[in-house]
Design a protein around this ligand. Structure first.
Ligand code: NDP
Length: 414
């Protein structure tokens, strides 16, 4: 049996053995079968291993042991779900001994852990619902005004989902839908009226806005106390200065994923690829406030891979499908994929998902799939990662809800 850090028992069945990565299907409990790729197990040499030959021999022994024996394996695990195996105890059908200590020669079988954003978002929403209930007992109902201009299909889906989540959590919401011919002045008047409304604690202006509207001027017009997206320069400045602020939802969600997954941040080298005002910069600042050593990269960064390979925590917020490849990831790193890119091109699909039956079926059905900024192969190298979809995405709405309740409380001095 393999026991992970939280003592869950996983029965490992070999489905395919591939050099140098083994792919396993795992059962947790008696009957629940997990599909790939969450339980990919990579083998890495430790720094003090004695050369490639020894390692190759040991890898072969592990493969033999698992393939021939399908035997239970006892593994000690450290904080990263690593299974330490003593080389000398390896052999066909032999048991690997539980061990927490370093051996002169050893292997680490590392399971890339999937960081389940949907589950974490559900937990946060439950907490928010409880806060809304408590505020309700004091006669306070947090309210969110969502402004959706025109008919951008993706924006319509996002806003609908935000409004629905408000309803689910007991938050009041008002959906305002100006036509796509709206002017900056009309939008300015709308924002001013929302600033003045007492039943509105948070104002969300769904981006992008039509070209004729001055987006920056409008975002600056939102009262900082109601700026639940955290885009106002006052909130950006407060964040920078380490003062209480409404934080941008997606970066705040990244921090929640790391914290709630028990991934250490303090002292870690966090590399953020992307420096936008809504993701990259605030993510870097939040990581810095959590005492990470932070490097920010962008399109002018020289030898990007050399920097990303140093990352203990790698945040990809680039907007380019599968841009971060496996050579750019340090084995065992935590990879947070913020990217959301819809691909429709068959060649691009094949480069990313060749052989992935589930994605293939989705692509054929819908003519597109959503993919992050990290290449699926790169996740195999990681120690933990957020999938796309189902990673960072769900956190963005959860944090918007949390910000709305926070704004409601802050406005009332609670
Ligand atoms: P932007 O386009 O505003 O910023 C992209 C950043 O990536 C820029 O800083 C750019 O650098 C950098 N970049 C572009 N090309 C390269 C390159 N070749 N090498 C290194 N850096 C590069 O995007 P956003 O920050 O708004 O979004 C990033 C991704 O996150 C997108 O896929 C978006 O869809 C997704 N997203 C997901 C959300 C969610 O809820 N999950 C929410 C918000 C965004 P430079 O500044 O030099 O141009």
């Amino acid at each position: 049996m393999l026991r992970s850090k939280n003592n869950k028992v996983m029965r490992i069945l070999v489905s395919r053995v591939k050099w140098p990565t083994f792919t396993f299907a795992a059962n947790e409990g008696a009957s629940h079968r997990f599909p790939f790729p969450g339980f990919r197990i990579g083998l890495f040499e430790r720094a003090h291993d004695e050369g490639a030959d020894g390692c190759a021999g040991a890898l072969g022994a592990v493969a033999q042991a698992v393939v021939e024996g399908f035997r239970d394996i006892d593994g000690g695990s450290d904080g990263h779900d690593m299974i330490m195996a003593r080389m000398t105890s390896l052999g066909p059908g032999r048991r690997l001994r539980r061990s927490g200590r370093r051996y002169d020669r050893c292997l680490e079988l590392e399971m890339a852990r999937v960081l389940d954003g949907a589950a974490i978002a559900a937990q946060i929403k439950q907490e928010v619902a409880e806060e809304v209930r408590l505020l309700g007992a004091q006669g306070i109902r947090p309210g969110l005004a969502a402004v959706l201009v025109g008919h951008v299909p993706a924006s319509e889906i996002y806003v609908r989902s935000k409004v629905q989540t408000c309803a689910d959590l007991g938050i009041y919401s008002d959906l305002i839908t100006p036509p796509d011919t709206v002017t900056t002045e009309e939008m300015f008047d709308l924002v001013t009226s929302l600033n003045d409304r007492d039943d509105v604690d948070g104002i969300l202006i769904q981006l992008p806005l039509p070209a004729q509207v001055d987006t920056k001027r409008l975002l600056d017009a939102v009262l900082p106390a109601k700026d639940v997206d955290g885009f106002h320069p006052i909130n950006a400045g407060r964040l920078m200065a380490g003062r209480p602020a409404l934080e941008p939802c997606t970066p705040a969600g990244v921090i929640e994923i790391l914290k709630r997954s028990g991934i250490p941040i303090a002292g870690q080298h966090a590399v953020v690829v992307g420096r936008s005002d809504i993701v990259g910069k605030p993510a870097a600042m939040l990581l810095l406030h959590q005492n990470a050593t932070v490097t920010i990269c962008h399109s002018k960064t020289r030898d990007l891979g050399a920097i990303t390979r140093q990352a203990d925590i790698l945040v990809a917020a680039i907007g380019r499908a599968g841009f971060i490849t496996e050579e750019m990831v340090k084995p065992g790193a935590t990879v947070i994929d913020v990217g959301m890119n819809r691909i429709t091109d068959r060649t691009e699909f094949d480069q990313l998902f060749a052989g992935n039956a589930k994605r293939e079926a989705a692509f054929l059905k819908r003519g597109s799939v959503v993919v992050g900024d990290v290449h699926p192969k790169a996740f195999e190298v990681a120690g933990a990662y957020t999938p796309v979809p189902g990673g960072v995405g769900p956190l963005t709405i959860a944090m918007l809800m949390a910000n709305t309740v926070r704004a409601a409380k802050m406005r009332r001095g609670l």
